[in-house]
Design a protein around this ligand. Structure first.
Ligand SMILES: *[C@@H]1O[C@H](CO)[C@@H](O)[C@H](O)[C@H]1NC(C)=O
Ligand SMILES: *[C@@H]1O[C@H](CO)[C@@H](O)[C@H](O)[C@H]1NC(C)=O
Ligand SMILES: *[C@@H]1O[C@H](CO)[C@@H](O)[C@H](O)[C@H]1NC(C)=O
Ligand SMILES: *[C@@H]1O[C@H](CO)[C@@H](O)[C@H](O)[C@H]1NC(C)=O
Ligand SMILES: *[C@@H]1O[C@H](CO)[C@@H](O)[C@H](O)[C@H]1NC(C)=O
Ligand SMILES: *[C@@H]1O[C@H](CO)[C@@H](O)[C@H](O)[C@H]1NC(C)=O
Ligand SMILES: *[C@@H]1O[C@H](CO)[C@@H](O)[C@H](O)[C@H]1NC(C)=O
Ligand SMILES: *[C@@H]1O[C@H](CO)[C@@H](O)[C@H](O)[C@H]1NC(C)=O
Ligand SMILES: *[C@@H]1O[C@H](CO)[C@@H](O)[C@H](O)[C@H]1NC(C)=O
Length: 536
């Protein structure tokens, strides 16, 4: 019963929010919003439009002229940037923590039924690079929540380690996620104010009302940044993780946004695809689909920072004029335009379009893989309208692993199991329609390249891409051949059918022991020219 319910939710999900996996675009001391035209105080990890490297850009408008973006929707040339995470060895040297990309969500949150798109040239910053402790005040509108709850950290798929506002836990075998809630309310006047008074949070930060001073409600932008702290080599007692701001507490987590959207596409998506709480499959948002490109690492690879200095590898100090401040007192603002501290010894380690490495820097999944008797088949394209596996399915935004998917399909006697879009699992008795592109190859890694929501060091497909496994010990179902003739009705074919747009709308009946004959009788009684049976 449960699986039936879950399946129908997946099938009926309408366009309700959307989320965009993004690879890294640039690493370096650039910050065209807070510190335009100079080397910024600390190192940022940027995802988004590739004209971002012009750190002297002031109005954001040239972002929309980016050749491409490292987020999967090419109509969004916006840039989103956050401080980089480093590991400090006991001897005082630093190493950047491997980054697993970012996911940017646009959610239909907030009580106002009307949402406005970001205006051209709009910018905002959330969080404070100086913070070193949790601030109980100020509070959001209606005094509902401390504003400091806008940033948080999560050890992925480890229920013993709850989400925290500081960087409490860094032993995260499945990955560590930093999370940012951007302000959702706008005063309708200013594209940017350096004190951020042009924007405000919803009363509940990710829900509730906009204050009357900021009546214009955007789609709620939520950004997740993936880190792999356990992949830092040679960790030792006395070592610690610090943000590029010189912050071991994690409270200085912050993010900048600069609008580079194609305004028509954004307006269409905000109006039609940011409406509620359901699953955020990009494929359900027609406004976004034409510019969907999942192969961002290849299509829009990282580019060098205009501030030429080494920011990865073993560093004698954090880039910039950064002192580590332990808190709880706030840090003084660090010098900006501090000269490049560690000049690159040779060319920077940056991928070029043709040799671009895997989308996420993770170990390659070997085959066979997962539970006993399951073998990896390959990566396939997969769309809502033409699923490769059409049996049961479920999703788990925090706990999907290849093994849980295989176990679920096995328990329900399905021979095939497939993981998709980080957190979806599909089962099938047969592999339908879609080609399997074969075992892992460089080319395919850019397609099935999202980390599993429950184990950040394995892959769970991609957007419109499914990793398929087979358990040959489970008996293959014959692909059913329908009766060609039922009474006076003849077989026409198999059609897609959704709750919101049924193929046949006049009469219906559901009955656990129904079959084509019963349905034919029922529809004939009603004088219907067509009948159809669905979902067992
Ligand atoms: C970088 O910014 C400067 C100043 O805004 C501008 O003159 C220049 O054309 C920009 N370069 C690129 C490559 O966009
Ligand atoms: C500091 O420690 C790291 C990690 O053990 C090591 O790789 C590096 O060589 C050390 N650097 C110095 C200057 O001792
Ligand atoms: C995280 O660390 C802070 C500061 O040490 C502490 O006050 C807080 O209780 C910790 N939170 C959790 C959930 O462990
Ligand atoms: C809802 O948003 C519109 C602008 O889109 C604004 O004029 C109106 O005041 C808002 N309503 C409330 C209750 O904030
Ligand atoms: C999947 O890819 C194949 C080969 O590129 C193509 O023929 C097929 O139409 C695609 N199917 C879907 C559902 O996109
Ligand atoms: C998601 O997975 C986690 C970890 O396995 C589990 O604790 C949680 O109950 C799952 N959530 C749902 C809705 O199944
Ligand atoms: C997570 O994936 C890694 C890498 O494949 C694997 O070694 C590990 O066992 C997985 N963890 C779990 C709990 O499945
Ligand atoms: C794997 O398949 C073999 C052969 O059908 C079976 O005997 C064995 O129990 C299976 N192992 C598991 C763990 O399912
Ligand atoms: C379901 O169909 C069977 C077989 O036609 C019939 O006997 C039964 O009464 C039906 N049940 C309901 C609730 O309509």
């Amino acid at each position: 019963m449960l699986s039936v319910l879950v399946l129908s939710i997946l099938l009926q999900r309408a366009s309700a929010f959307w989320r965009m996996p993004c690879t890294e675009m640039l690493l370096g001391r650039v910050d065209p919003v807070v510190q335009p035209g100079v080397a910024s105080a600390h190192v940022h990890t940027v995802v988004g439009g590739n004209s971002m490297s012009n750190y002297s850009e002031k109005d954001g408008l040239s972002l929309s002229n980016s050749a491409c973006t490292s987020c999967v929707i090419q109509a969004d040339k916006s840039a989103y940037w956050t401080p980089a995470l480093y590991y400090e060895y006991p001897n005082g040297t630093f190493m950047m923590v491997p980054h697993g990309g970012s996911i940017v969500y646009y959610l239909g949150r907030g009580n106002n039924a009307t949402r406005v798109p970001f205006p051209p040239g709009f910018r905002m910053v959330v969080g404070s690079a100086a913070a070193r402790s949790f601030a109980q005040t100020p509070l959001t509108y209606m005094n509902q929540r401390p504003i400091a709850e806008q940033v948080s950290w999560l050890c992925i798929a480890d229920p013993s380690q709850p989400e925290t506002y500081g960087l409490n836990q860094t032993d995260c075998p499945y990955g560590l996620r930093s999370q940012i809630q951007f302000p959702t309310c706008w005063n309708g006047i200013d594209l940017y104010k350096s004190d951020q008074s042009h924007v405000a949070h919803l009363s509940g930060i990710d829900s509730g009302d906009c204050p009357p001073t900021h009546p214009y409600q955007f789609a709620h932008v939520f950004q997740e940044i993936y880190h792999q702290p356990n992949d830092v080599p040679d960790q030792q007692p006395g070592g610690r993780f610090v943000l590029s701001t010189g912050d071991p507490t994690g409270y200085s987590l912050h993010a900048d946004f600069m609008n580079g959207w194609d305004q028509d596409v954004l307006a269409c998506a905000v109006e039609n695809c940011a409406l509620g709480e359901q699953d955020g499959d990009l494929q359900d948002c027609p406004c976004l689909l034409p510019s969907y490109n999942p192969n961002t690492a290849q299509f829009c690879p990282m580019r060098p920072s205009q501030v030429v200095e080494t920011v990865t590898g073993l560093l004698p100090k954090l880039p910039g004029c950064i002192n580590i401040v332990n808190g709880p007192a706030a840090a003084q603002p660090a010098d900006m335009n501090c000269p490049p501290s560690v000049v690159a010894a040779g060319p920077q380690l940056l991928p070029t379009p043709d040799t671009s490495p895997v989308y996420f820097d993770m170990p390659v999944v070997n085959q066979p893989y997962g539970l006993p008797n399951w073998t990896y088949l390959g990566c396939s394209n997969d769309t809502n309208n033409d699923r490769a596996l059409q049996g049961y399915s479920f999703s788990n935004g925090t706990g999907m692993t290849i093994q849980t998917c295989q176990a679920y399909c096995q328990a329900n006697f399905f021979r095939y199991a497939g993981v998709e879009f980080a957190d979806e699992c599909y089962c099938g008795g047969a592999l339908l329609n879609n080609p399997v592109f074969g075992p892992l190859s460089t080319q395919r890694e850019n397609q099935c390249s999202l980390p599993c929501s429950g184990n950040g060091s394995t892959y769970c497909g991609g957007g419109g891409r499914i990793d398929i496994y087979i358990n040959p010990t489970i008996e293959a179902l014959p692909v059913p051949s329908p009766k060609q003739q039922v009474g006076s009705y003849s077989y026409k074919g198999c059609y897609i059918d959704f709750g919101g747009a049924r193929a046949l709308r006049d009469y219906s009946v559901a009955n656990g022991s129904i079959g084509p004959d019963v349905c034919a009788g029922f529809c004939q009684q009603h004088g219907s020219r067509y009948f159809g049976v669905e979902f067992g």
